[in-house]
Design a binder for this molecule. Sequence first.
Ligand SMILES: *Cc1c(COP(=O)(O)O)cnc(C)c1O
Length: 365
Amino acid sequence: MTAPSETPISLTRTRTPNTRPADASLSFGKVFTDHMFVMDYIEGKGWHDPRVVPYGPLTLDPATSVLHYGQAIFDGLKAFRGADGAIRLFRAQRHAERLNKSARALCIPEMDPGLVRRSFEAIVAADHAWVPSSPGTSLYIRPTVIATDVMLGVHPAHSYTYFVICSPVGAYYKEGVKPVRILATDTHVRAVQGGLGEAKTAANYAASLSAQQEAERAGYTQVLWLDGVERKWIDEVGTMNIMMRIGDEVITPPLAGTILDGVTRNSILQLLRDWGHKVSERKVSIDEVMQAGRDGTLREMWGTGTAAVVSPVGELGYKGETIRIGQGQTGALTQKLYDAITAIQYGRAPDPHGWTSVVKAPVTA
Ligand SMILES: *Cc1c(COP(=O)(O)O)cnc(C)c1O
């Protein structure tokens, strides 16, 4: 039982709109727009009452189950204002479907994907003036579902809240795409087969914090995660998917239960195939990559995710050894992928796969 995709979404406008910060002052996820989307679920009634309301605190009983056991999922996508003034969402349908995939993994009742997609459009339309326009800026959209039962028993909840908040974000790369140093860890594990690695859930982020802190203390930016059983196969980097170019092959770990099915990963694999590159979704060991680094065949390595699009890896550390990749510079293919994806997002290039959708902003303010 669920609200169907065409369910009307009500709109209550704020009476105290905030002043939008200047584009140049924007960073990531610190400022939020005037409104939020909310929808509730109660067992027996299903998802109901989709609405756009003034942004504000949620009131939760201290015994609310999500606060104790983490039954929570989220996603993250962006809206871009093009040079033509149009606001485009990037792959909204795929993000809506992935939210449901995460829901299944955490026993959260699914929503109609069409309604989820409309929730993104409704909140962006209501706060369209908040979509920044300077190069590289965007509106980050954060859909989230939390369990709201007031009880301390451990089982899937009977009530949930879905909300969507938005944050205008600054250019990720203010001075051009910049490589990072990453550290492969064989002491911490992010996810294992049969666990939650394929879901976008708070628990995975909680599991990543101490390794991330250790990497930062050692002078690195991100953790390169290895599989939890053999501590040998590469999974992901930080909260991004990972790709490497060894010789003429672009390799990325397969979707086999422990990594997230990234929308950026999927988009990049499609572009690489369009361009005729040899692309392999296969297991790749840390030893293979370190060896390729030593013998000079590791030409490029980069992370992929909505926030950065691509994040080139300039240095990789593992067991006390450090290899430099592409003299620590952004590789040509990495840069080409960044340019191609962002050109589609901002409407500067044709969109042959139909990844973007224009949000109709209300004509009257
Ligand atoms: C969100 C996320 C990614 C990147 O996914 P995109 O859809 O490309 O933003 C990769 N890995 C993890 C663990 C993530 O949470």
